[in-house]
Write a protein of this length. Structure first.
Lengths: 222, 207
């Protein structure tokens, strides 16, 4: 079972590496959106410091949503998704492997890049540390929750817009606690409670989202 | 082994077929034919479990496939209209990943051999997106050579294949039947295989 899991992760990573431009788009989107705010607002450090957590997190949310379509659409189009549903492997396991591969090429680089972008907002090194930690815990949850939406809108006309309507409201708790963690650190309150909530959301998503996604895939491929 | 009881299917407000009954034993081939839109693909997708019938049941060794799920998918190999291969992966990678998903690990040398046998000579390690339609189909068909599934369900397996490949595929299917396997297939091409020992099932009302 573990072997199958690792093979699917490997397969999706190879596919992403052979289509690097798809991966780069979401990352550049993130970089540009985060960089636009300091340019638009001007060099008032107090304001920038205040909006930093919210801006970075909203940009991360949108970037992760942009890349959702890639998760199942290509496999659906060439029939490999159908074949996956017909294998003796539990579909939820395959879904989890695909989501993890997806996170490794979108969420992880995004989280690692965030501190660099955070410098534009004059965040302290401690706040940057919390930012990266909150993104590391939060972005996998975003990928997991997003997968449900991506599976539900497979093959639907205008699926891209629909997926944002479905998924963005579900992202709200992650946004609140993710941005909240950084804010709490900046204002000197300590980020621990927010981080624990974020961790709880991730654990819940890890358990439930693959099951929901698997069910959604069965409906979408009928 | 495989039996359908009172199957009926409705797509939209159109009834494709109803009260369809048949059973298929080891070593038998079922040839499903009928005009375009008569529900052949729908029937095949219901048989392999991708779709649920409106009414009725598909049984495998006496048990309903809805309850069997993973035990049934282990025994079934479905080859649909879409080849189910990734254009960015090579033939070798495609074959090895589909084998691992089917539950067995395929050594690289065995994968080479299967692709060679299916006639992909020299193109095994190219991304399949650069191959021709027929060659892509051959990559998909290579699964037949390495798979242990008992029931093969094939939707138009002969499309895009040249004469040599059609003959090869027929002999592969023949060998599978001789070993006690079961095959369900649709095709618009009359091939010796379907006129020989096949059982026929006609869908639709037109001739």
């Amino acid at each position: 079972m573990l072997k199958v899991f690792l093979w699917v992760v490997r397969r999706d990573l190879i596919l992403s590496m052979r289509r690097r431009s798809d991966v780069a788009t979401a990352l550049f989107f993130f970089v540009i959106v985060v960089s636009l705010f300091p340019l638009g607002i001007g060099p008032e450090l107090d304001t920038l410091r205040k909006i930093a957590p919210g801006v970075v997190w909203v940009a991360a949310l949108l970037a992760s949503m942009l890349s959702l379509e890639r998760l199942f659409a290509a496999d659906y189009a060439d029939g490999t998704l159908e074949q996956m549903l017909l294998t003796p492997q539990p579909v939820a396991l395959l879904v989890l492997a695909k989501v993890i591969a997806h996170w490794l090429v979108t969420g992880l680089p995004l989280a690692l890049m965030a501190p660099l972008l955070g410098l534009q907002y004059d965040l302290s090194s401690q706040a940057l540390g919390v930012l990266i930690a909150s993104l590391l815990v939060g972005t996998p949850a975003l990928s997991l929750i997003g997968a449900i939406g991506a599976a539900l809108t497979l093959g639907v006309r205008g699926g891209g817009v629909l997926v944002s309507l479905l998924v963005l409201p579900l992202y709200i708790p992650v946004l609140i606690f993710g941005a909240g963690a950084v804010e709490a650190n900046v204002s000197g309150l300590g980020a621990q409670s927010h981080m624990s909530m974020l961790g709880a959301i991730l654990v819940l998503a890890l358990v439930l989202a693959p099951l929901a996604t698997a069910a959604a895939l069965r409906v979408s491929t009928e | 082994m495989l039996s359908a009881e009172n199957l009926s299917s409705v797509r939209g407000d159109r009834c494709l077929f109803k009260e369809l009954n048949f059973s298929l034993e080891s070593g038998e081939l079922l040839y499903v034919h009928g005009h375009n839109g008569s529900g052949k693909t729908t029937l095949l997708r219901i048989l392999c479990g991708l779709m649920l019938p409106e009414e009725g049941e598909v049984r495998w060794s006496g048990a309903s496939v809805r309850g069997l799920r993973e035990e049934y998918t282990k025994d079934v190999l479905y080859l649909g209209h879409k080849n189910g291969i990734k254009g960015d992966l090579t033939g070798l990678e495609n074959l090895r990943i589909s084998s691992i998903l089917d539950g067995f690990e395929l050594a690289e040398s065995d994968a080479w051999k299967a692709l060679e046998d299916i006639g992909l000579d020299g193109h095994e390690d190219l991304p399949t997106k650069v191959l021709s339609q027929g060659q892509k189909r051959r990559v998909a068909l290579a699964r037949l050579l390495v798979n242990h599934a008992k029931l093969w369900i094939m939707d138009e397996p002969f499309t895009a294949l040249d004469k040599g490949a059609i003959a090869l595929l027929q002999s592969v299917i023949g060998a599978h039947l001789d070993k006690g396997g079961l095959v369900v297939l649709t095709t618009h091409q009359e091939v010796p295989l379907t006129s020989g020992r096949a059982r026929r099932l006609k869908l639709g009302w037109r001739d």
